[in-house]
Design a protein. Structure first.
Length: 315
């Protein structure tokens, strides 16, 4: 069996993950039963699964610096929870897999584990580490990674065992993605990319909070951030997350030349001038947002349908 956090939004479209969401139509019950979910901020929920399924949980995958956790908890609380999860995995022989697809190279170099002190058995990388090129990587401890290697291996008693898997893809031999990843690593080593990016996010977070406060919308737009990401949570006058209002704000930001979905991420090429441009668009969009709040809906303001949750049973 595999464990994954139920409070983290997305891992894959593969059956092992999608079977744990409302979009599980057509997936056999036998496959669904192979994935368990727990609360990444509540290590006791993992302990309960370990007791319920003794010696049946092979691996656990989680994000060390999840945007979802960032929106709900402070960073030290997240760090404590994930360190405890790692301890539980080691205690029970569960392979501890860390997903750095989003956080990698943003939280710290070469990953969030350098900030939180995680000791993962395996780690998944992708997206920004290729600087826009199609590239991903799987790293891990040698005794685990070698099982899937091309050499025949022996266990501690000297007995040979078969290869665990064959990893082969049509485009697996393309070298330009690997070249891009190596250049990204070189850039991070030779420049203060982390300091630059974290400084921009800090400036953006402070600016957005000030704008929301000036507009008197602290109850309707909640700002959450850590060192590498700034998140805006859009709510109605009732204090509940509001999809039409969120869509309206996205629309207004796009009108002003900012592709925005409620999340601000910076890169090495982002400048303080870019942050200023972002904040100006944000300030102007707040005016329209407040107009919708005052009239009680987005009628006459929103063009088209409101965004819907990705994981839903029906369209």
């Amino acid at each position: 069996m595999l464990c994954r956090p139920k409070n983290h939004p997305f891992y894959s479209y593969d059956d092992w993950f999608i079977a744990t969401t409302p979009c599980d139509f057509g997936i056999p019950d036998e496959v669904k039963a192979l994935t368990l979910t727990f609360d990444s901020m509540n290590p006791d929920s993992l302990r309960e699964l370990v007791l319920q399924y003794p010696d049946q949980i092979a691996g656990l995958i989680t994000e060390p610096d999840s945007i979802a956790d960032c929106c709900a908890y402070d960073r030290e609380a997240v760090a404590r929870a994930h360190r405890e999860i790692g301890d539980i995995c080691r205690e029970h022989g569960i392979v501890y897999i860390v997903d750095e697809m989003v956080s990698g190279y943003r939280a710290g170099f070469p990953g969030a584990y350098t900030v939180y002190g995680h000791e993962a058995d395996m780690c998944c990388w992708g997206k920004s580490i290729g600087n826009g090129m199609s590239f991903c990587a799987l790293t891990g401890r040698a005794e685990i990674m070698d099982i899937g290697g091309i050499k025949q291996h022996r266990d501690r008693d000297g007995k040979e065992y078969p290869r665990l898997f064959l990893c082969s893809t049509t485009h697996g031999a393309e070298a330009h993605g690997l070249a891009a990843a190596l250049e990204v690593i070189k850039t991070y080593r030779e420049n203060d990319v982390i300091g630059h990016v974290h400084g921009l996010v800090e400036a953006c977070s402070a600016g957005v909070r000030a704008l929301v406060q000036t507009a008197g919308l602290e109850e309707q737009i909640v700002i959450k951030s850590n060192t590498w990401v700034n998140v805006s949570i859009f709510k109605g006058n009732d204090g509940k997350a509001n999809s039409p209002l969120r869509t309206l704000f996205i629309q207004e930001m796009i009108k002003r030349g900012v592709l925005f979905q409620g999340i601000f991420l910076a890169c090495y090429q982002t400048s303080m001038e870019d942050v200023a441009y972002f904040l100006k668009a944000y300030e102007e969009s707040l005016v329209v947002y407040k107009q919708a709040l005052d009239q009680g809906n987005t009628d006459g303001l929103l063009v088209g349908d409101a965004c819907k949750p990705v994981f839903r049973k029906w369209n």
